[in-house]
Design a protein around this ligand. Structure first.
Ligand code: DX5
Ligand code: ZN
Length: 225
């Protein structure tokens, strides 16, 4: 049960008080900081880069808070930013295969910089990108919305895709994490877990509520079944 990781997406956090808001959500019991990077090119929105990641990591260190920073790169090209995010304190870096000319090289670049590597699938991205990478990936991230914005509705067809990826992970025998991102809330997190996910990204469902601890606790109760 404790294998489940709740990953608040800071896209819905208060950017004017980012350090404080992240500290609050981690104290509320969340596990991983999901850091959404958008470039107004690969996706139609613009967010934050390595400098903010570095500042956030420094703030977490000052506060004595330890939690992995999970950088979700929605940028094209992707390789150039990887060393910067690794230096800025990322523990996990995930990217979209459509944003890389050489997917295996990008995965290797992330690992060479000491981070865990993950591949991200948009709702309509086929799973065949996994065919030659199952022995290298640490995380597979399935988008349950089209990337670019928080607060969208979960696309139900993702559940079947989660089941397919779970089967592939079991067949690989490797401890690959299955993360789901987009429209995850208290009322559907159990269904997402039942389909096979074990990392749950939630932005608006957590940050749009006044009491983060209450939402995180409700999610854990749903996950406990
Ligand atoms: C979407 C981002 C998500 C987003 C999730 O492109 O990758 O991480 O912030 O937000 P919610 O949970 O509100 O759908
Ligand atoms: Zn994300």
């Amino acid at each position: 049960m404790n294998n489940y990781l709740i990953c608040p997406s800071i896209l819905s956090a208060d950017f004017a008080r980012l350090g404080e808001d992240v500290a609050k959500v981690l104290e509320a019991g969340a596990d991983v900081v999901h850091f959404d990077v958008m470039d107004n090119h690969y996706v139609p929105n613009l967010t934050i880069g390595p400098m903010v990641c570095q500042a956030l990591k420094a703030d977490m260190d000052r506060r004595g808070i330890q939690a992995p920073i999970d950088v979700h790169l929605m940028v094209k090209p992707v390789d150039r930013l990887i060393p910067d995010f690794a230096k800025a304190g990322a523990s996990i870096i995930t990217f979209h295969p459509e944003a890389s000319e050489h997917i295996d090289r990008t995965v290797q670049l992330i690992k060479d910089h000491g981070c865990q590597a993950g591949l991200v699938f948009n709702p309509a991205t086929p799973l065949h990108y996994l065919d030659h990478l199952m022995d290298k990936l640490d995380v597979i991230l399935l988008m349950s919305v089209n990337p670019g914005f928080g607060g969208q509705s979960f696309i139900p067809g993702t559940l079947d895709k989660i089941r397919q990826v779970r089967e592939r992970i079991e067949a690989s025998g490797r401890p690959i994490r299955l993360q789901v991102d987009g429209g995850v809330k208290v009322d559907n997190i159990a269904e997402v877990a039942a389909a096979g996910a074990d990392m749950f990204v939630a932005g608006s469902a957590i940050f749009n509520q006044p009491d983060y601890a209450q939402v995180v606790e409700q999610m854990r109760q749903e996950l406990a079944g």
